[in-house]
Ligand binder design. Sequence first.
Ligand SMILES: [Zn+2]
Ligand SMILES: [Zn+2]
Length: 254
Amino acid sequence: MKLRVLGCSGGVGNELKTTSLLVDDDILIDAGSGVGELTLDEMRKIRHVFLTHSHLDHFSFLPLLVDSIFPSIRDALVVHGQPVTLKALQTHVFNWTIWPDFAKLPTEDKPVMRYQELTPGDTFELDGRKLEMIGVNHIVPGVGYRMECDTGAFAFSGDTTTNDNLWNVLNGYDRLDLLLVEAAFANADIDLSKRSGHYTADLLAADLKKLRHKPDIYITHNKPGHETVIMSECRQAISDRKVAAAETGLVFTL
Ligand SMILES: [Zn+2]
Ligand SMILES: [Zn+2]
């Protein structure tokens, strides 16, 4: 299984892109501005999108992706998410005002995209790759995902602050080789992080004590301009683990 980071920043600017991860050549986890890294041919190969939540930085390029590949794909692109997340997209984005309802185009019988609801705890298998949706603790209902194949497993936290469920679920499995987890704010912004449902380095370090596995850890969703401070605080607070900054272009083979 191959994992390519298309975008993992908390914002945009030059090389910074918002959240999107490509698994092999057919699955996206989130569809933020990182999707703009893909060629048209690569976009046409995407078959499934798994959304973590309804915030713009995690789906902003989904409408443009669907429009770019329309109507030249054979089977509908399947957009997976919690019911509340999919409802938000249907009501506020694919509503004929902000963007056409591509779940009805070119025809209602054979649309270019369709929705599939998942709830936390649900699992999904795609050609030997097994995924679990995991509830986390964000300002809107949010999830992370764990994905495994025969040779490895990774997890992505999505946007979250302090919680038990993510760590309990990951501890329930035998294996975790790689963890992409957010730390959006510097420690000085603790109030903001709690109000917006994000980790600081110290909050993340405290939660990582709940994890029994020793995966390689890559930090995502740093607030633009604060990367140096946040990463320095992460390395200091999480000194017993291998921690690095995630960035666009990183590729992991699991
Ligand atoms: Zn969010
Ligand atoms: Zn976000």
